[in-house]
Design a protein around this ligand. Structure first.
Ligand SMILES: Nc1ncnc2c1ncn2[C@@H]1O[C@H](COP(=O)(O)OP(=O)(O)OP(=O)(O)O)[C@@H](O)[C@H]1O
Length: 257
């Protein structure tokens, strides 16, 4: 079902709640996410950040006890309507997880596998896609001479950029990043942050992070969650300098977390 949203809003949630069985993990979320921007989800452990993120490309469908209510509109489409092709949705809304999860295949195959499965057979076209995706993920220069090596021979940070390249190869509009740098060392983290800031030119990025400095460095908008509620969403600079809600103030100043 097609729903009208403004040109600048690419994701719109209205009264979204997410339940695991009887337990409500996310409560009545209303938010608008801007196109070609970085939005950070912050908040203490268990407050529902990942659950909400996963509901943006219906990853929660994989959890049998999970139920989503309310409306989520992505690029004009109500993603929970029956007509939605879930595989197609997950191509448009790509996802990268906390732990890099490359396939047990070569670097090349990690990128080429899904596009080939979806019908891209031409060798040259696949090679171009692999190169473009790796370039966009700022990994090409590091791997161009070893594309046949196993992806598992890469460092953790390189593997995470490979997973970003793999998502990019599906030509998404939106990238959901669930704590993509939390398992990485500071230099690899910095590379991921630089990459995110480049990628927003072309994609809309929603990132869950526990690292408040990271949220402050890379996002335009920040959403602060507590106990499943969206407490406050605003310009990142405002959230970190003069938040409207005292709970946000307490969290960002480290008084709990
Ligand atoms: N698959 C699941 N089955 C049942 N309950 C779940 C499941 N996944 C998450 N939950 C519960 O939902 C609530 C929100 O969890 P979620 O992982 O979304 O929070 P979070 O803010 O992302 O936490 P963290 O920062 O620790 O990753 C928690 O109480 C959690 O225990």
């Amino acid at each position: 079902m097609s729903v009208l949203t403004t040109q600048d809003t690419i994701i719109q949630t209205r009264d979204v709640s997410v339940f695991y069985g009887e337990k409500r993990a996310v409560n009545n979320i209303n938010m608008d996410i801007e196109r070609n921007s970085v939005t950070a989800f912050i908040g203490p452990s268990g407050c529902g950040k990942s659950t909400l993120l996963r509901s943006l490309n219906r990853m929660n469908d994989l959890v049998p006890s999970c139920r989503v209510t309310g409306s989520i509109v992505v690029d004009g489409i109500d993603i929970n309507s029956e007509q939605v092709n879930i595989e197609g949705l997950r191509q448009v809304v790509g996802m990268v997880f906390q732990r890099a999860n490359p396939f047990f295949k070569s670097i090349f195959e990690n990128i080429a596998f899904a596009p080939r499965f979806h019908g891209m057979r031409d060798k040259r076209e696949l090679e171009e896609l692999v190169e473009t995706s790796l370039r966009k993920a700022a990994l090409w220069d590091e791997v161009k001479d070893r594309l046949k090596d196993s992806a598992l021979s890469l460092s953790g940070g390189q593997q995470q950029r490979l997973c970003i390249a793999r998502a990019i190869a599906m030509q998404p509009t939106i990238l959901l990043l669930d704590e993509p740098a939390s398992a990485l060392d500071p230099i690899s983290t910095m590379k991921i942050e630089e990459l995110v800031m480049q990628l927003k030119e072309e994609y809309t990025i929603v990132i869950v992070t526990h690292n408040l400095h990271q949220a402050a460095r890379i996002s335009e908008k920040t959403a602060f969650f507590l106990l499943g509620e969206l407490v406050e969403m605003n310009e990142t600079s405002k959230i970190f300098t003069s938040p409207e809600n005292e709970k946000t103030e307490a969290y960002i100043s480290g008084r709990f977390g």
